[in-house]
Design a protein around this ligand. Structure first.
Ligand code: PMP
Length: 315
């Protein structure tokens, strides 16, 4: 599972060599989880490398930072540029982009006031998140025994480093029990989301997903799938989902930058529907991959082209 290095990482406005992109061990973030971040995919479309919904990802990053009162030292436009330039400088086509904002080194102590706000952007090659067959064959998942953050404890809407301690507990449990992933319930026992994915169900032809108040991250893939489904003529609904609805649903799938649109074929070893990739999931996959691969026109303006010339001009 070792990662593939690229050449350079953008750190606080400058490119540094991959191996030199380091922080001090007394940085606030290491001790108290004080970071917010994004995960973004760049696709090698038929028209060249293009970043999926860059504007929306950076907007969410600014919201996450605002919730944690981190004053970003760069504008959204500058961070978007940094993402484009990092892909271009590393001469990457298909890759994952990780912008991270964190509280750096000044003092140790919970009170974060006065810590410097640091920003970095890395981009590197990345394959399929849940294995090569996940998209075509689907995955087996379990309901995790750890609940998602309760309202007014840690803000689920912020994509903050600390939230991923909960995700790690879910993921560890899933993998050690032989599942690809775990689905978390919220503090009231209703379905929330996966450790790093949103969740959709198909109920008699209708598409259902869990609403924001069930401790989910407002996924950008989730929003894209809701839009594509409406365009395909499906009725879509955000609805509180009891756990047992997962067992009787016709289809269930995950959405997320990492998993894209990944079918779920069993939950707690109970087969979902016919146990294969259902027709609605297939139609959504087709619509989604059509756009990100550049097979159909980008009619929503979701793709930001990466041009090397532009990056060099700014270097
Ligand atoms: N929920 C969680 C907890 C996540 O980490 C992610 C991945 N960012 C998602 C949902 C899916 O969000 P997106 O589609 O924006 O990647």
């Amino acid at each position: 599972m070792a990662m593939t290095k690229s050449e350079k990482i953008w750190m606080n406005g400058q490119f540094v060599a991959w191996d030199d992109a380091k922080v001090h061990v007394l940085s606030h973030v290491l001790h108290y989880g004080s970071s917010v971040f994004e995960g973004i995919r760049c696709y090698n479309t038929k028209q060249g490398p293009a970043i999926f919904r860059l504007g929306e990802h950076i907007e969410r990053l600014t919201y996450s930072a605002k919730i944690y009162r981190m004053k970003l030292p760069y504008s959204s436009e500058q961070i978007e540029r940094a993402c484009i330039d990092t892909v271009a400088t590393n001469r990457l086509a298909e890759c994952y982009i990780r912008p991270l904002v964190y509280r750096g080194y000044s003092h140790v102590g919970v009170n974060p006031i006065g810590t410097p706000i640091e920003v970095m952007v890395a981009a590197y090659p990345w394959g399929k998140y849940l294995g090569d067959d996940a998209l075509t064959k689907g995955v087996a998942v379990k309901i995790g025994t750890w609940a998602r953050m309760a309202p007014n404890t840690l803000p689920a809407m912020a994509k903050a480093g600390g939230n991923y301690l909960n995700s790690q507990l879910l993921k560890l449990e899933a993998v050690e029990d032989g599942y690809a992933e775990a689905i978390a319930l919220d503090v009231n026992g209703y379905v929330s989301e996966g450790s790093g994915e949103n969740l959709f169900l198909v109920l008699k032809g209708e598409l259902v997903t869990t609403p924001l108040h069930n401790s989910i991250l407002a996924g950008i893939t989730r929003a894209s799938v809701l839009q594509l489904a409406r365009e395909l003529g499906y009725h879509v609904r955000e609805m509180v989902v009891p756990r047992e609805l997962l067992y009787v649903a016709d289809e269930v799938f995950f959405t997320g930058t990492a998993v894209e649109v990944t079918p779920i074929t069993s939950v707690d070893r109970i087969t979902v529907g016919a146990g294969d990739v259902g027709p609605v999931t297939k139609a959504i996959q087709q619509a989604f991959f059509g756009i990100v691969h550049g097979d159909v026109p980008d009619r929503h303006g979701w793709l930001t082209k990466v041009t090397r010339v532009a990056a060099q001009a700014r270097a």
